[in-house]
Design a protein around this ligand. Structure first.
Ligand SMILES: Cc1ncc(COP(=O)(O)O)c(C=O)c1O
Length: 458
């Protein structure tokens, strides 16, 4: 039989998360005057146990047993080999992918949702408020809150709310409440709607609304949760790469030559790539590629700067690649990649020359997704299609160079609720949006006067 899937026994599930921050020259979040913020500055937004994890310098952090109990419902996830795509491309490369679409919510997101819900519950929190782009994070957090016994409210970016109505149903089915963002429920939402009633919304706006809703709640029992970007989210996702390492060994491979993940806020990419980045830091020759949309080219065209994580400027200033907190990306279908910033850990690693970011056009990603579906079979999420398009580029390169590379990528989610985008692509109705230089300059203008992080090597 040609098809290859590598399953790790349940008792091989990772017992610790890996913190790449311990190896990087990380810089702290700061206030508007440039002073590093302490844990108390975040206390109204997050529970203190997660704030401690956010700031933890240790390389390895034990995963509490109750979290393992829940994530082991679908973990370890399979490592599969894309033999049919390899055959089609006539490439000497061996292509492996970590199949995160097997989680109940259909993506990698529950790895952090379960952990965050559990820590909130431990801290005595009863209600969690969050944002969601494509709806994957909102669905994952609703699922986690249902299992752990918390209420969940989700601000969903307007364009995805309209494009992906069934994700809203998933949230409701797991007990979550979902409203379109910008909404009239918050100051941030009302301000944006007054400027542009037809705005498609953005993750930066939805994050602003969710934080505002959490910090203005008077019960003291409500906190905000973010599905990507933050250090603790990166940690939670490293189970992906830690499992993949063991599975590659079972497949008779050593280390991969190329590691690829799509990058919105950076969490699925980091989850797969960080354990291999440690090998790279210690001398392994691995090319590590985060892939983003040309319409939202944060790491390929944005500066490494201090900026807010949300349009409402309620977060501290975070050191990251950014397009400016007020940037509203064009309405591409990969809603989860429409974020103006990038995780500080991913950003710092890019600064230190550890990754080679790449930006791709929406239509080339859909072409790749179609080829994937017509060779391998599964229908991928539009976000995941960015990783697949880069994998195809690398596999073709390996063919041209006649090199037997091992390519590993993260299959971050399925696209069974994202069919509207496929329908438009097949009807020839999708376009590409390269970000004009003058728009980029304008959206960066407000952050020019902010404190500046140290540029690596200067
Ligand atoms: C399937 C899928 N992949 C990737 C992403 C991008 O997020 P991140 O960069 O945090 O992995 C999302 C976000 O919604 C997603 O739903």
């Amino acid at each position: 039989m040609k098809s290859i899937s590598i399953y790790l026994p349940k008792d091989e599930i990772p017992r610790q998360w890996y913190n790449l921050g311990s190896e990087l020259a990380m810089q702290p979040p700061v206030d508007a005057s440039g002073k590093p913020i302490g844990p108390e500055a975040l206390a109204k937004i997050f529970p203190m146990n997660l704030i401690e994890q956010e700031m933890c310098p240790d390389p390895w952090i034990d995963i509490p047993e109750p979290i393992l109990d829940i994530i082991s419902r679908w973990r370890p996830s399979p490592l599969r080999r894309a033999v049919f795509l390899e055959e089609y491309l006539k490439t000497p490369a061996r292509i492996y992918y970590k199949d995160e679409s097997v989680s109940p919510a259909g993506s990698h997101k529950p790895n952090s949702a379960v952990a965050q819900a559990w820590y909130n519950k431990q801290f005595g929190i009863e209600n969690i408020v969050t944002e969601t782009g494509a709806g994957q994070w909102g669905a994952a957090l609703s699922f986690a809150c249902k299992l752990i016994g918390l209420n969940c409210k989700v601000y969903m970016v307007r364009i995805s709310f309209d494009q992906k109505p069934f994700r809203k149903v998933m949230m409701q089915l797991w007990g979550g409440t979902c409203v379109a963002s910008p909404s009239t429920e918050t100051e941030v939402g009302r301000r944006i709607l007054a400027q542009d009633p037809n705005t498609p919304g953005s993750l930066g706006i939805a994050i602003g609304e969710a934080i505002e809703a959490a910090v203005t709640d008077q019960s003291g029992k409500t906190r905000y949760s973010l599905g990507s970007v933050l250090n603790h989210v990166m940690l939670h996702q490293t189970v992906i790469g830690l499992e993949a390492k063991k599975q590659l060994k079972m497949a008779g491979e050593k280390l991969p030559d190329v590691v690829i993940g799509c990058a919105g806020g950076g969490s699925n990419f980091a989850g797969l790539a960080f354990p291999f980045t440690l090998d790279k830091i210690h001398g392994a020759n691995i090319e590590i590629i985060p892939v983003e949309p040309e319409a939202c080219p944060t790491i390929t065209r944005g500066p490494f700067a201090y900026d807010y994580g949300d349009v409402g400027r309620q977060t501290p200033l975070i050191p990251m690649y950014t397009l400016g907190h007020a940037f509203i990306p064009r309405p591409i279908h990969a809603g989860g990649l429409r974020y103006h910033g990038m995780a500080p850990m991913v950003s710092q690693a890019v600064q230190q020359g550890l990754f080679n970011p790449r930006a791709l056009r929406q239509t080339e990603c859909y072409e790749a997704a179609m080829l994937w579906a017509n060779t391998e079979g599964p229908i991928c999420a539009p976000e995941t299609s960015h990783a697949i398009a880069a994998v195809i580029q690398e596999a073709v390169k390996a063919r041209e160079e006649q090199r037997e590379k091992v390519i590993l990528f993260n299959y971050s989610g399925h696209g069974l609720l994202d069919l509207a985008g496929y329908e438009k692509f097949m009807a020839g109705e999708l376009s590409d949006y390269a970000l004009p230089e003058e728009d980029l300059r304008a959206s960066l203008e407000p952050i020019m006067s902010y404190p500046k992080p140290k540029q690596y090597g200067t």
